[in-house]
Design a binder for this molecule. Structure first.
Ligand SMILES: [Zn+2]
Length: 423
């Protein structure tokens, strides 16, 4: 469907490009202030914006990508912001027959008789230049992580006021950014109401339910169904490694703290420890990234029996070698070990080194009632020192999980709103 306005505009604008010879075309805007030059080179549209003395933007866009991303009502469903091109008929060799430019958009006529218009702002946001792509990935897609050592912990730990996070979008955004970058932050003064953690999760999105329910209460229980429900020391671990979709972020609200010695939280940045392992013990690193471990959890909670198993290495990598997930839990590592006998001893050596390094790099601190410790369960390992539990000395933590999909989504919405109107 052709846009009448564009046709009229094309008649007015003296700018024509022949695809075959990639002929350059000039378009002067405000005569001195800005020059926009569009041309076609090797099946790419080159957009060059310059002022009289300097280049403003130099961008290149593949022809096929432009056709695929036509923003007209026929190709793009505006209210759902979704592509609706018929890809069964899509011609990947589509050619450009005409390009015109105005001061804030470019228009293209295609060999399939279609016409498209792209605003320069829209194109700038999708610039293929390496720096622009990296900026998008590291700021908008997901904030770039920074790994921390035991010695860095005091410097990187941020605290936020519960009331501010609940009421001010900027505080909510800063908390979630901190969580994404460093994997840990503490929210203070949440009170001792056991619903505080649910309210916090609802502020972001919604609680991730697990076998243990939505909120879970960590306090010493007789006949405990989970290792965490004991007052003995809880060694460093990640929660629920036996889930393919492992819950992403723990929210642990300290409602009552033990007066006895102990009951301290332990934390270590698993990604930092992997950095150490990769540098100093590359063969152990390789073993822990390649050997697939069976993680399991067998039991029942609230009358629901379960038998969870997920098979995955201790250190998971993506296709680019970036760390994506740490799995570590001594109690929840299955005795079924589905590797060859020759692989077993090396894996134990590697895992033993990893566990010792985690311990060396762990920090400890004691939460106060009203604190909510929030941390990335995909990346950090956590634990607790033992404490004396009796009638006069109890400890009660209310926990819940959030998933990164929900957190990142909220963060992007906040960043977009902030950029628009909350500066
Ligand atoms: Zn279109």
């Amino acid at each position: 469907m052709l846009n009448i306005k564009n046709i009229l505009f094309q008649i007015k604008v003296p700018c024509f490009i022949k695809q075959q010879n990639s002929q350059k075309s000039w378009f002067h805007l405000n005569s001195v202030l800005r020059v926009l030059n569009v041309s076609l080179q090797n099946r790419c549209v080159v957009v060059n914006e310059s002022s009289s003395d300097k280049q403003l933007h130099f961008m290149k866009f593949p022809t096929v990508w432009l056709r695929d991303n036509c923003q007209c009502n026929e190709c793009f469903h505006q209210s759902s912001k979704s592509r609706q091109i018929d890809w069964v008929k899509f011609d990947t060799k589509v050619n450009i027959t005409n390009i015109t430019a105005s001061d804030n958009s470019i228009s293209i006529d295609w060999s399939d008789k279609h016409s498209s218009t792209y605003s320069l702002d829209w194109l700038r946001e999708r610039d293929f230049h390496t720096d622009k792509r990296e900026k998008y990935l590291n700021e908008f897609y997901r904030p770039k992580t920074k790994h921390w050592s035991k010695n860095d912990f005091k410097k990187i730990l941020s605290t936020f006021e519960y009331k501010n996070v609940m009421e001010k979008n900027n505080d909510l955004k800063l908390w979630l950014q901190q969580l994404a970058i460093y994997g840990v932050a503490i929210i203070k003064n949440a009170g001792t109401d056991k619903t505080a953690v649910r309210k916090l999760a609802d502020r972001v999105g919604f609680i991730r339910k697990t076998t243990y329910g939505e909120e879970f209460i960590v306090e010493a229980k007789p006949g405990a169904k989970n290792y965490a429900y004991l007052s003995t020391p809880l060694p460093l671990h990640t929660d629920l490694p036996y889930y393919e979709y492992k819950p992403s972020v723990n929210l642990l609200h300290c409602v009552v703290q033990s007066n006895s010695k102990g009951g301290e939280n332990l934390l270590a940045d698993g990604f930092h420890v992997v950095d150490i392992l990769k540098k100093n013990y590359p063969h152990f690193f390789e073993t822990l990234t390649k050997t697939v471990i069976d993680w399991n959890d067998i039991g029942e909670d609230g009358g629901l029996p379960f038998h969870n198993i997920w098979r995955s290495p201790v250190i998971c990598l993506d296709g680019d070698g970036f760390y994506t997930r740490i799995n570590h839990s001594i109690p929840q590592r299955d005795s079924h070990f589905n590797v060859t006998i020759e692989e077993v001893e090396l894996w134990y050596e590697a895992y033993s080194k990893f566990v010792k390094l985690l311990q060396q790099e762990s920090v400890s601190f004691k939460l106060s009632p009203g604190d909510i410790l929030t941390f990335n369960n995909i990346r950090l390992v956590h634990g607790r020192t033992g404490y004396d539990d009796n009638e006069n000395n109890v400890r009660c933590i209310v926990g819940a999980y959030l998933d990164w999909d929900i957190i990142y989504s909220k963060l992007r919405v906040l960043m977009k709103n902030y950029n628009k109107n909350e500066k």
